[in-house]
Ligand binder design. Sequence first.
Ligand code: SAH
Length: 236
Amino acid sequence: MFHATVFTLYPAMFPGPLGQSLSGDGLARGLWALETVDIRDHGHGRHRAVDDTPAGGGPGMVLRADVLAASIDAGVRSEDTRPKLLMSPRGKPLTQARARELSAGPGVVVVCGRFEGVDERVIEARGLQEISVGDYVLSGGEIAAMVLLDACVRLIPGIMGRIESGGDESFENGLLEYPQYTRPRDFEGRAIPDILLGGDHARIARWRRERSESLTRERRPDLQPSISKTDPKPAR
Ligand code: SAH
């Protein structure tokens, strides 16, 4: 079973949104497990201090290496084979492929940073792999960890109603998803494209593929190198 252990200074944030909908049903049904560890339990002194000022000066505070290492050592057994991830804007960007790869494994250990970040030495000493959810800065790793876990958990067999419902989506084939429609047939004078109502599945598949390709070309030319802005439109 996919087992997530999250190291955080804010354990009360969990399961949060992960306790609802697909991931929440999965938790309740025992399809995955979520455990949080309060880093502050290993804080120093009467105030359980976990941070200190940056060496070399500068603003903010840095999560101490000794505190985080003690917390990880107490919370994860040495024979644990799960990847140890640190949510970090400096990390490798999270992709659908990475989420799929992680979801097929035994789970993840996720460390949530706070303040200005964590002391570099604990990243090295505990082999933490930095992973980013995008090119912007959040105030802490918790919401980023929820993004990562949500992306992984929905891919666990049994979580989504139909196994196929994952296969057609944005990024799965290097493309953004085609537009979706449902009832009513007419919405404020806007109709559902006729092809989708015609029942010709081959034509529908072709239409969807073309829409996927043109959307990807317009919005995310970086996604598929084989589609460049100068390529001619696929023949209709
Ligand atoms: N000073 C750091 C940012 C610290 S933000 C820097 O400039 O790189 C505080 C914490 O929020 C980080 O330690 C990290 O755990 C989390 N975080 C912020 N942005 C993130 C992102 N884009 N992806 C993943 N985690 C992020």
